[in-house]
Ligand binder design. Structure first.
Ligand SMILES: *[C@@H]1O[C@H](CO)[C@@H](O)[C@H](O)[C@H]1NC(C)=O
Ligand SMILES: *[C@@H]1O[C@H](CO)[C@@H](O)[C@H](O)[C@H]1NC(C)=O
Length: 115
């Protein structure tokens, strides 16, 4: 019984983490007959995908100029760090949870929360 419970719990966690990793939303075209996509000043060619690590966003530009905007890493969903810890932007937007009073030490008991 306990094993089944733990297993379904683990599957749920995987599911939540997966959801958080691929949080995308559609974004309309910015003009008539556009020759590219522009999102927050980032220009992306039609029919291509660009990952911008400054804004931690993956931008997929479709043929008609509409986009899919996906948050990556710290920008994918929200998380609630444990008491005394904070979330900071790591290498390539990686979500890093560190002690509030010492950013060089990582906190390990993070509970992901979707927002
Ligand atoms: C992007 O498209 C806009 C509007 O169609 C155009 O004014 C601009 O020159 C294009 N930028 C690039 C880099 O192609
Ligand atoms: C984008 O892809 C569509 C469908 O494959 C194609 O018809 C269109 O010509 C492509 N546009 C560009 C700018 O590559």
């Amino acid at each position: 019984m306990e094993t089944t419970k733990a297993l379904s719990c683990a599957i749920m966690m995987c599911f939540l983490i997966h959801m958080a990793d691929s949080f995308c939303r559609p974004y309309p075209s910015t003009g008539n007959n556009p020759s590219n996509c522009t999102y927050k000043g980032v220009v992306v060619a039609l029919n291509s995908t660009h990952t911008d690590y400054n804004i931690c966003t993956e931008i997929t530009c479709q043929a008609d100029g509409s986009m899919f905007i996906c948050g990556i890493g710290i920008n994918a969903g929200r998380s609630l760090p444990p008491d005394g810890c904070v979330t900071i932007k790591g290498d390539k937007c990686e979500r890093k949870v560190v002690y509030a009073n010492d950013h060089t030490k990582e906190c390990h008991s993070m509970e992901p929360i979707l927002g």
